[in-house]
Design a protein around this ligand. Structure first.
Ligand code: ADP
Length: 617
């Protein structure tokens, strides 16, 4: 859907405000640069005209010297000032590019997780990024419009000032039939021509630009293909799957498919055909107009109304006026196109934050927490079935709960609801009898330490990874490492806790195996020292001995705290106070191991299926 000129203007105004709030001196640098750089050509035009007039007239030596000297000094000062201002402006612009990324990063970090996880949000952000990358549409363009628009305005003002006398200077009586050139009727004629050209030229250029828009969908697919497949080998140089499955052949196939911007491709054909013709027409109209201006100015000069120097001044000024008007008009019409992109940008940046509504203080952890799921159902946005259906359970401070079930049965979803990454679609979750939505979100999150299945560690030093912060308590970090069973490996690290994980920031950084990384993630969860520890299949990458070791240590660690474990290995669940068994989003059993193993049900089946491999003679 198109946006009106007014909407586009307001969107740009808002974007300018956003940028100027983030990037210091962005606007002063652009504004002063536009003003001074608009003056440069006019200084040249004005002084040249005076010098030529003097040369063609009285040829007074001292006047010529003076004019030349002033012209050189003025041009030199203005050029130097423009260069210095250009430098200032470019430095601010470079900063702006950094801040642009930060605007999106800040939004993504503060966005409700459920909104971020929604495929529609991904699609929207991908389209913002692709349009920016593709042609700078969106926030990046705003500053270019400001520069173009303001530059054009200053240029128009300067040109008008230098052109007014062309119409006001009277034609001498002796001009005969050319006396008509002094008639005021030429003012509206030249102005009409000027506006005609000004409108027609950008109109042709805009029509030509529409071929880019026409190709936008295909262009985005091309960009995605290039991004997804063109750089794949560079992004994952050590990817073993690449070698085994000869992935490069598939990548090549998809890249070869992408003929959109190649010679003989869609855009090349547009350029050879209608798009090229429209651009040529735009250029021809502009040249024709200048030709007419030459005829008018030269004829009026031939009547003796003004000297030959003024001819250069008027022609230069009217040409600049026409260019300034075209530039202003192009900027205005492009602004409407960019308005559509900005609307998407602001839809993304304005996504409301539902999670932050609660203000109630979370109870003191010394009191202990009781958590209750009351008839909770949940469906992921866009999904056709519930991932969790009518789940009710209560668990109290200090208890250990195991979640068991086949893949896709809803265990991780249960954890995500508990940690309020999502809110239930039906039912509610209570902490000490109060709906968790009523609590202050940040302090509610502080209750939990979670080791997700797809946890992430970062390329900072080990100690900072564990503390999830720049400063950390060395002894505490080491104690957590000990509890997570990573101490032996720590001893082999060249700089101990200061060793970087991975080699992104330090070439002496270390690579960790899946199991080692998992231990570090567990140590990080321990360091947070929250009231409720959640381990989502944390031991999947650990060997059986390491797993048994971790569970024993963990039990000691979390003694007195609440803990929730998700594990496929039922032997690890035996020590839990309660076991909740999930199947297809429903909680089908709930009880202790001894109860459930003897019941006729899912748990018994899973237990027997696993136990048969361990029954020995
Ligand atoms: P488990 O942890 O038991 O393996 P999950 O809770 O991850 O199961 O998934 C439960 C169901 O929800 C599955 O059918 C899964 O495909 C679906 N699901 C999980 N995450 C999402 C998501 N972000 N969007 C849509 N569906 C999802």
């Amino acid at each position: 859907m198109k946006v009106s000129f007014k909407q586009a203007f307001l969107l740009h105004k808002r974007a300018l405000k956003l940028l100027s709030g983030r990037v210091r001196q962005l606007f002063p640098s652009y504004t002063i640069y536009c003003l001074v750089s608009a003056l440069v050509p006019y200084a040249g035009i004005w002084f040249s005209a005076r010098i030529i007039d003097e040369l063609a007239g009285q040829r007074r030596e001292e006047v010529l010297w003076k004019l030349v000297l002033i012209a050189i000094v003025a041009t030199a000062v203005l050029t130097l000032a423009t260069d210095a201002l250009h430098h200032w402006k470019m430095a601010r612009r470079a900063t702006m590019f950094q801040y642009l990324r930060k605007i999106y990063a800040d939004k993504i970090m503060s966005m409700d997780y459920c909104v971020l996880d929604n495929p529609k949000t991904h699609e929207q952000y991908a389209s913002i990024r692709e349009n920016d990358w593709f042609a700078g549409w969106g926030l990046t363009r705003v500053i270019f419009f400001y520069e173009d628009g303001l530059g054009a305005l200053f240029r128009i003002l300067g040109a008008i000032m230098l052109t007014v006398s062309l119409f006001t200077i009277p034609v001498p009586e002796a001009a005969g039939k050319f006396a008509i050139l002094g008639s005021p009727v030429f003012v509206p004629i030249v102005i009409a021509l000027l506006f005609g050209v000004t409108l027609l030229e950008p109109l042709c250029n805009n029509k030509a630009d529409q071929y880019w828009t026409k190709n936008e969908e295909a262009g985005r697919l091309s960009d995605r293909l290039v991004h997804a497949f063109g750089f794949l080998p560079l992004r994952a140089p050590k990817n073993a799957d690449f070698r085994i499955y000869n992935q490069q052949n598939i990548c090549k196939h998809y890249n070869d498919m992408n003929r959109n911007y190649m010679p003989g491709g869609t855009m090349a054909n547009y350029a050879k055909g209608p798009m090229g013709l429209l651009r040529a027409l735009a250029a021809a109209i502009a040249v024709l107009f200048i030709g007419l201006v030459y005829v008018f100015v030269c004829l009026k000069a031939s009547t003796g109304a003004f000297g030959v120097g003024s001819v250069t001044q008027y022609i230069g000024a009217i040409t600049a006026l026409s260019q300034g008007l075209s530039q202003l008009l192009s900027a205005c019409s492009e602004m409407r196109v960019n308005g559509m992109h900005l609307r998407t940008v602001f839809e993304f940046l304005d996504k409301p934050n539902q999670m932050l509504q609660g203000e109630r203080e979370v109870p003191d952890k010394k009191k202990g927490y009781q958590i209750e799921f009351r008839d909770v159902s949940f469906r992921y946005p866009g999904a056709e079935t519930d991932a969790l259906s009518h789940v009710s359970l209560t668990f109290s401070a200090g208890e250990k709960l195991a979640l068991v079930g086949r893949n896709g049965s809803g265990k991780t979803t249960f954890i995500k609801l508990l940690c309020r990454l999502y809110d239930p679609t039906e039912g509610a979750i209570y902490l000490n009898g109060v709906d968790i939505k009523e609590y202050d979100y940040t302090s509610y999150l502080a209750i939990f330490s979670v080791v997700f299945q797809d946890f992430q560690l970062f390329g900072f030093p080990l100690g900072q990874n564990i503390a999830a912060g720049y400063e950390y308590d060395k002894e505490m970090a080491e104690a957590c490492i000990e509890q997570a069973g990573f101490t032996e490996r720590l001893k082999t690290l060249p700089k101990g806790l200061k060793t970087h994980l991975y080699t992104i920031l330090d070439k002496e950084g270390v690579e960790l195996s899946g199991g080692e990384a998992q231990k570090v993630a567990i140590a990080r969860a321990l360091y947070k020292d929250s009231s409720v520890m959640v381990l989502d299949e944390p031991t999947a990458a650990l060997d059986p001995l390491a797993e048994s070791d971790i569970y024993t240590r963990f039990n000691q660690m979390v003694s007195g705290k609440s803990a929730i474990y998700i594990s496929h290995r039922l032997s690890s669940c035996r020590f839990c106070d309660r076991i909740a068994v999930f199947s297809a989003g429903e909680m089908v059993q709930y009880g202790t191991h001894d109860q459930l193993v003897n019941e006729d049900g899912h748990y018994g089946e899973l237990w027997k299926a696993q136990a048969q491999y361990y029954v020995s003679n």
